[in-house]
Design a protein around this ligand. Structure first.
Ligand SMILES: Cc1ncc(COP(=O)(O)O)c(C=O)c1O
Length: 387
């Protein structure tokens, strides 16, 4: 057999996640002794809540950490049902609740259970790049719809009408608050879009990973509008548990068993230790609201400070911990601009091309999930850099 036979599959040819590449470059500079302010990855600087750490500690000392049911342990699923009642006033039976290995595993499972190879799934551009990469790797077709100021960076039924002209659409994936824009859909806009999908038999997938991190506007779960919506969420952001790799899904009844079967073979179960810690994290509201107050202070600082130094075209920051800034006054090459900013100012941010291949060369995403001191330092370094 010639060595040319041993080549990667075509489906593996997905784009790199540039935010992670920026992180690696920043790490190289740090290894050379440079101090870098990190605003490139969406990762809370706070640790997991104390109650979560204590629960994990206790489990490590006394328990055997093993496999669990593929859907997750019952205490976590019960705690999540209580969370939906408390937060949104929605009753969700635990049979429809599933713990996952981060929301990332949730996307894989949902896509596999709802779609067949070649199915078209609508996403927004700008949007979280892993959506399109996962879809492509699974042999599905991402249909990226450019959204802008006219619809407040949200997808509308009119966008879907347009997408349907090019072929059938099997699914729609929306995040509110969104990454990278930080914008949120109004309750009416969400209801309209879900109603449109419902009436046409289009799966609606709602990425609610930034729920809890809202600064303006009302937060609604898709479950309030449809029992066919697939809701994906995570302990990574509000709960500060990125490295624990734990998330959850609320599934329509008819998808529970298919997803469970696929999960049994793909992952066996989510990590038990993380499920135990996550159960405790759901009650750590006071501590987590303190962390959120820190993001709100960072947001206020940057919304005042960035315009003062020339970055005055910012999208509305309704939620999450991102500022998506139009840098076209300074550059039309966000990759090169981010590289210079990293090397000269020691501030790492993510070029918009990660999120939007069409207009992203004129945008940078700044994460304000770091400390207040870091945000102040970033502003003073950027002020010198942009002069
Ligand atoms: C919008 C969005 N969804 C999903 C994820 C994946 O998160 P995790 O797999 O840690 O739950 C991220 C991570 O940044 C994100 O920004």
């Amino acid at each position: 057999m010639t060595s040319s036979a041993f080549v990667p599959s075509r489906r593996s040819d997905v784009a790199p996640f540039i935010a992670m590449d920026v992180l690696s470059e920043a790490a190289r500079l740090e290894a050379d002794g440079r101090r870098i302010v990190h605003m490139e990855v969406g990762q809370p600087s706070a640790p997991a809540p104390k109650a979560a750490l204590a629960a994990a500690d206790e489990a490590l000392r006394h328990g055997r950490i093993g496999y669990t049911e593929a859907l997750g342990v019952k205490p976590l699923r019960h705690a999540l049902a209580r969370h939906y009642k408390r937060t949104y006033g929605v009753e969700v039976p635990i049979e429809r609740i599933m713990a996952t290995t981060g929301s990332s595993a949730g996307f894989n499972l949902a896509f596999l259970a709802a779609f067949d190879p070649g199915d078209r799934v609508v996403l927004t551009a700008p949007g979280y790049p892993a959506y399109r990469n996962i879809l492509k790797a699974l042999g599905l077709v991402p249909v990226e719809v450019e959204v802008g100021a006219d619809t407040r960076w949200s997808l509308t039924p009119e966008h879907l009408e347009e997408a349907l002209k090019d072929g059938p659409v099997k699914g729609v994936l929306v995040a509110s608050p969104a990454n990278p824009t930080g914008t949120m859909m109004s309750a009416d806009a969400l209801e309209d879009l879900i109603g449109y999908c419902e009436s046409r038999g289009i799966w609606f997938i709602s990425d609610e990973i930034y729920h809890g991190l809202d600064y303006a506007g009302e937060q609604k779960t898709a479950l309030e509008f449809s029992s066919n919506a697939i809701v994906i969420n995570s302990f990574s952001k509000y709960y500060c548990m990125t490295g624990w790799r734990i998330g959850w899904m609320i599934l329509p009844e008819q998808l529970v068993r298919p997803v469970e079967r696929i999960a049994q073979s793909l992952y066996i179960s989510p990590p038990e230790l993380s499920q135990i810690a996550a159960t405790a994290a759901l009650d750590a509201v006071q501590e987590l609201e303190g962390v959120k107050a820190g993001y709100a202070a960072n947001r206020a600082l940057l919304l005042k400070g960035l315009p003062d130094i020339g970055l005055d075209r910012l999208l509305p920051v309704d939620g999450a911990f991102y500022i998506y800034a139009d840098i076209s006054r300074f550059s039309s090459n966000s990759l090169e601009f981010a590289r210079q900013m990293l090397h000269q100012a020691g501030v790492a941010a993510t070029p918009g091309v990660d999120f939007d291949p069409v207009h992203g060369h004129e945008f940078l995403r700044f994460s304000f999930a770091g400390t207040h001191e870091d945000m102040k330092e970033a502003l003073s370094r950027l002020s010198a850099f942009l002069k």
